[in-house]
Design a protein around this ligand. Structure first.
Ligand code: GLA
Length: 691
């Protein structure tokens, strides 16, 4: 899915207007005043001002408070909250509450509840309890969106719209089944075509009538992988269709306001490339687990993905926690300084909005232990002080909004690959696609190389190096795109399990990786996953160096490719393990094994050097450096180097020429000591005589 340049321009204009109206970077969070008596609302508004809040998300879960019975509406309380926000200079991101169909609606239409693959039905009492294909659910949620659009489009507090919440429930019920069949009838010209695409001659599954085509509900045992892949695609499309229907209603009322929904990190159900193209900005809910030492690396990957989904356009942290969450077995609070650091990390990677779930910590309900900007204890807390500090710092950084990062390296992250790869009945069913991507992302992150993500259909012309970790499914046209990229001078790095299947999830014959065999100048005749988790195969490099492989190996033949490493133990001993092929003006590397981190880093370093890619800054481990550039409102060149210390101890960093630190106002250059969790935002033009 590509974004038309005119659509991108209009979305950027909407965002620019948003940031101008709220005074720069958006700061605030989900606000659920219906959970509190009115006297708390006024205190909330005052505390919000104190904290520098300029945007709150209202009504995300308010359907049953807005439509109290069928066609009986109560908007008065929301009118009052909107007015109160306006009086206090706080903008509103107003949500359509379609994530929580009310109890009365479910009572009238119990089949709104989604069905699991085994035929069991969700119980009422949580949220996202809808089958998005249900006609009454659709009609009722669209009608409510229409009413909200009519009522609030011209309210002076309204700054943007937020459709639904974390779209995601998958249903295998009768309404989904009907919609799936219709989706298939649009995709396939005939039932013969479907039979062909799904390889239904295997295990005698040939369909002779469309009515026989069902959702892939729980089979006795394994079931058809092409059908399940199509069901993944259908599920993402059907939810997106509903998002678009609500968006179009709101757009009629508010042509100039941004409209978004919130994404979840590494969320498999929805193809966010297709989704982001339909929104004004990508918006992320991110809850890194403070127990994980490397949580900031997984967060970084998500942030870069968000920035890439709309081709570099600034994106939004729509939700994060100030302290602890409440969904894990042990919910550890973020250490002092980590919330601020994580927020600046998102900004350094292109975010122009830092929002939280939620403003005030609930005293009842499921998430009563999830931290908030104002916790149970009230404002006299460490967390509220940190919230105020950050909110007030951000006020002076408005000129960062709209600036962008530039990457010369791209990694492929593609939902079709993800879905097809993890369907099971393959040589390895324990493969985790995001983890495969993370293995390649990590050394680049650690070297402070800015990385974009692309999908298998993206334009690659901006990149000097493109990496394909387990890009399992490639269509003919995407395979040709990668081949052309290399022949035109690009450098490609391909890992095992790439280019194996076509768009129907059927194997490409004639040697793996079928779709890329030509460009790689190498092919593999058999896959050899390693049975034991601790199994290591020795590898030898032509200069006599040794390293190892684990998890995955292949019986590889080099044709025109040079050999970069060979297997030197086990049944593949003597055969090539990693190769590089010159093809046209470029090169394509193939890793047939999961090589150890040392060799991976070395091979990637070689590629980066050959591609002429430089780090943003050479910095010690745990120190992240990112750059945002662009033009300021008065047309001058802007360049901000952000340096973030993720370590729990001080780190010395040579910032070279540096710049003026926008947080302290100090001119900074050469070797500086960054405190634990410290942040520098170096304005590279200010104080260096460039502007
Ligand atoms: C999600 C939801 C929020 C809240 C948070 C915290 O991101 O969108 O409503 O539940 O998680 O768990």
């Amino acid at each position: 899915m590509t974004i038309h340049p005119e659509d991108a321009r209009i979305a950027e204009a909407r965002l620019k207007q948003l940031h101008q109206r709220i005074g720069g970077i958006a700061y605030g969070g989900d606000y659920n005043p219906e959970q509190w008596p009115r006297d708390v609302w006024l205190e909330d508004a005052k505390l919000m001002q104190q904290a520098g809040v300029n945007l709150v998300t209202l009504a995300v879960f308010s359907w049953s408070r807005l439509e109290t019975r069928d066609n009986v509406f109560d908007f008065d309380w929301l009118d009052d909250v909107m007015d109160l926000m306006h009086e206090h200079g706080i903008g509103v991101d107003l949500a359509t509450p379609d994530a929580v169909p009310p109890a009365w609606l479910v009572e009238q239409h119990p089949d709104i509840m989604p069905e699991r693959p085994d035929g069991s039905i969700f119980g009422f009492g949580s949220r996202q309890h809808f089958d998005v294909s249900h006609p009454v659910y659709r009609a009722k949620s669209l009608a409510l969106a229409e009413k909200m659009g009519e009522r609030y489009a011209n309210h002076p507090a309204l700054r943007m719209w937020h459709v639904g919440n974390e779209y995601g429930p998958v249903s295998y019920g009768p309404w989904a089944e009907k919609a799936f069949r219709e989706w298939l009838q649009k995709k396939y010209a005939s039932l013969d075509e479907l039979n062909q695409a799904w390889s239904t001659t295997v295990w005698g599954q040939i369909y002779s009538d469309w009515n026989q085509v069902r959702v892939p509900a729980q089979p006795r045992t394994w079931s058809n992988p092409s059908r399940r892949l199509d069901f993944h695609r259908f599920t993402s499309d059907s939810m997106l269709e509903h998002f678009k229907a609500e968006r179009d209603i709101l757009r009629r009322h508010s042509p100039d306001l941004p409209i978004v929904t919130n994404f979840m990190r590494f969320y498999k159900t929805n193809d966010y490339w297709g989704w982001a193209a339909e929104e004004d900005a990508a918006a992320l809910d991110i809850y890194p687990d403070p127990r994980e030492e490397d949580a900031h690396i997984a967060a970084a990957l998500n942030f870069d993905l968000m920035r890439s989904l709309r081709h570099g356009q600034p994106w939004m942290v729509m939700e994060q926690a100030t302290g602890a969450v409440s969904q894990w077995s042990v919910n550890v609070s973020k250490a002092p300084g980590k919330m601020r650091l994580g927020s600046y990390q998102a900004i350094s990677q292109g975010a122009d909005a830092i929002l939280f779930f939620q403003w005030r910590q609930a005293k009842g309900g499921t998430e009563r232990y999830h931290s908030a900007m104002v916790n149970h204890a009230g404002p006299n807390t460490r967390i509220f002080r940190e919230v105020c500090q950050l909110g007030n710092e951000l006020k002076s950084l408005s000129d960062l909004t709209g600036t962008r990062s530039t990457a010369k390296v791209a990694i492929v992250f593609d939902w079709d690959c993800w879905w097809a790869l993890e369907l099971g009945n393959s040589p390895r069913s324990d493969l985790n696609y995001p983890q495969e991507v993370l293995r390649f992302y990590r050394p680049l992150f650690e070297a402070n190389i800015t990385v974009d993500f692309v999908n298998a259909n993206s334009d690659l012309s901006a990149y000097s190096l493109v990496i394909m970790p387990a890009s399992y499914l490639l269509t003919d046209s995407s395979a040709a795109r990668f081949e052309n990229y290399v022949s035109g001078g690009g450098r490609l790095v391909v890992s095992y399990l790439s280019g194996i299947v076509d768009q129907d999830n059927t194997i490409r014959l004639g040697g793996y990786p079928g779709a890329l065999r030509n460009v790689l100048g190498a092919w593999s005749e058999e896959m050899h996953p390693l049975a034991e988790a601790d199994e290591r195969i020795k590898l030898t490099t032509p200069d006599g160096g040794t390293s190892s492989a684990s998890y995955w190996t292949e019986h590889l033949h080099a044709e025109t490719a040079e050999i970069l490493a060979s297997y030197s133990s086990g049944r593949l001993s003597g055969l090539p393990a990693a190769t590089r092929n010159s093809f046209g003006l470029g090169t394509a590397m193939y890793l047939s094994a999961r090589v150890d981190d040392g060799l991976l880093t070395q091979l990637l370093d070689d590629e980066l050097r050959a591609a002429g890619v430089q780090p943003e800054l050479n910095a010690p481990g745990g120190v992240q450096a990112r750059r945002r550039t662009g033009t300021t409102a008065d047309g001058a060149a802007a360049s901000f180097l952000m340096v973030l210390n993720h370590n729990d101890a001080p780190s010395s960093v040579d910032v070279l020429d540096g710049g003026t630190d926008r947080l302290s106002g100090r001119r900074v250059s050469g070797v500086v000591e960054l405190p634990a969790n410290g942040v520098l935002i170096l304005d590279e033009n200010l104080g260096r005589g460039k502007v």
